[in-house]
Design a protein around this ligand. Structure first.
Ligand code: SAH
Length: 219
């Protein structure tokens, strides 16, 4: 019950902040709920988040999927990362208002933070939604996932081409594709998928390449 109230509080906060800062786009409260909050929670149909586990949300923007997940998994520690400082300040404030003690934020680019020892290959689970095409995304994520850890990309239903284009990236970064989980949003709001990858090898020091390169020249 408390969690349902927190989800409502999250939507109130996002609506309030969106006037000042474009955190996330939605046309109605229902769309915010189904396309963003419920979509974020789809991970929980696949993974059971445990106490003491640490999850990193890469390119978290206005806090999705990290904040809804942090509400539903209060014993799990969430680190939300985004290169835009203003967004991370807003997200930290929202988390504090909601009393989410399991959320911290870092304003930094993925390519830089992944070379920091405190973050490098330090997470058993990394998630990202609407951040970049898959080959680029895999290079951003690889720096944070520990060996045997998982990376989950929230994608649309059309992931086949992106996946085919990621063969080289997967091989160079030590990722193995475990499969898609396809699902439909409520009220016919669209089809989505979670693409699940396991990191099977330690990452070469040269990855991720310097800021901007994973996007300009995907592997
Ligand atoms: N995950 C959120 C936001 C998606 S928008 C959601 O689903 O709503 C993508 C976000 O990624 C933006 O906020 C942008 O600032 C951030 N971003 C883009 N490139 C990045 C990089 N290289 N490192 C970290 N954050 C990045």
């Amino acid at each position: 019950m408390q969690q349902e109230f927190q989800l409502i509080g999250l939507m109130d906060a996002v609506e309030k902040w969106n006037g000042k800062l474009n955190l996330i786009s939605f046309k109605s409260r229902k769309e915010l709920d189904i396309k963003h909050v419920r979509d974020s929670l789809s991970l929980l149909n696949v993974f059971e988040l445990e106490g003491g586990q640490r999850v990193l949300d890469l390119g978290a923007g206005g806090g999705f999927p990290g904040l809804p997940l942090a509400i539903m998994a209060p014993e799990t520690e969430f680190v939300l990362v985004d290169s835009t400082t203003k967004k991370m300040l807003a997200v930290q404030e929202i988390a504090n208002e909601l009393g989410l003690e399991n959320v911290s934020t870092v304003a930094e680019r993925a390519e830089t933070l992944a070379h920091d020892d405190r973050y490098r290959e330090a997470y058993g689970l990394v998630v990202a939604r609407a951040l970049a095409p898959l080959p680029t995304l895999l290079e951003y994520a690889a720096g944070f996932v520990c060996v045997n850890g998982m990376f989950v990309a929230y994608k649309s239903a059309d992931y086949e081409v992106e996946l085919e284009e990621s063969e080289t990236a997967m091989e160079k970064l030590g990722f193995e594709f475990m499969g898609p989980v396809e699902y439909a949003l409520d009220e016919d709001m669209g089809a989505r998928s979670l693409l699940i990858f396991q990191k099977i090898e330690a990452l070469d020091d040269k990855y991720p390449r310097k800021s901007g390169t994973p996007k300009k020249k995907p592997l």
